[in-house]
Design a binder for this molecule. Sequence first.
Ligand SMILES: Cc1ncc(COP(=O)(O)O)c(C=O)c1O
Length: 367
Amino acid sequence: MISPIAFGLPDFPWDRIASAGERARQHSDGIVDLSIGTPVDDTPVLIQQALIKSANAPGYPTAAGLPQLRDAWVHWAKRSTNAHLSVDDVCPLLGSKELVAWLPILFGLNATSIVAIPELAYPTYAVGALMAGASYVTYTDAQSIPDNASLIWVNTPSNPTGQVLNAQELRDIVERGRALGAPIVSDECYIELGWEAEPISVLHPDVCGNDLTGLLAVHSLSKRSNLAGYRSGAVMGDPALIAAIVSLRKHAGMLMPFPIQHASIAALGDDDHVHKQKEIYRARRAVLQPALVAAGFVISHSEAGLYLWATRGDNCLVTVNELAQIGILVAPGDFYGPAGDNHVRMALTATDERIQAAASRLMASAR
Ligand SMILES: Cc1ncc(COP(=O)(O)O)c(C=O)c1O
């Protein structure tokens, strides 16, 4: 008798806001959906062209990816995070979610293993632990990581809170993980979107002291290059851990299609589109943030990343339903852990026109 893993996993929580979505869709000027962080701006043309140019791809790609792609990540990491890496320290991914979900299995975790995840976190860290049959515990700082942790997830800048960990906080977590012999994996997929704080990578020399042992950083092209539909990211760091990941991904057939590899090389070689996209998000944030404050919200953290993490002091579902009345759909904070009970998460990934509509409705509703 088989027992599919999927049946033991939590349901996708979005069903819980289905009725709020229905309500928001009835607004005379249409819904403003800020509940999911999916990019809405075009994929830059130079990336589309690189994809088209490499459409002829009869052979199999390798799990390790093209050396030119790994090299492009090495150069990107040097420019964007000051990490000193070589091509053997990088493995391309089919988007970062793939690694987040599968890493506990790739590392051989099992029913005796404990995965430490941030108190408020992207749900896939917990799902990955459960897929491996392991358990997870939440932590708030290095001291609260339990002695029996087998793997430690870090997420800076954070989804959902936008919190950025500073170099000392990261050093403390690295020290704790190394003392426990637990790999520290830092999900840094929003690292290029700092607003009021400068995000720093776990692989920055000020954090790791140029010693990659036990450390991995996970990156993504989804948000910085409007490439979520292509599925492209990378994991980088300790070459021994990377070799283990590449080896199992080879067996499991997790191979990045050649056209996506070439598109990713083009994306990583161009910083211009990233700066332009960042300014677009900065402008949307500048429209939404004061409107939220005028409507009685307090914005917590949100110093980086693609979300505003906001509260009016009420339970998150009360706020979700109130905002649905004015046609705005947001994510309840408890999707990300019980500590998010009184917050909602609003994505900046809507068109300028929709963000402006949300701001106007919030201002009009100011209480
Ligand atoms: C914190 C975090 N990690 C990973 C991902 C997955 O991104 P992708 O698989 O598109 O790289 C997301 C997506 O929203 C995220 O918020």
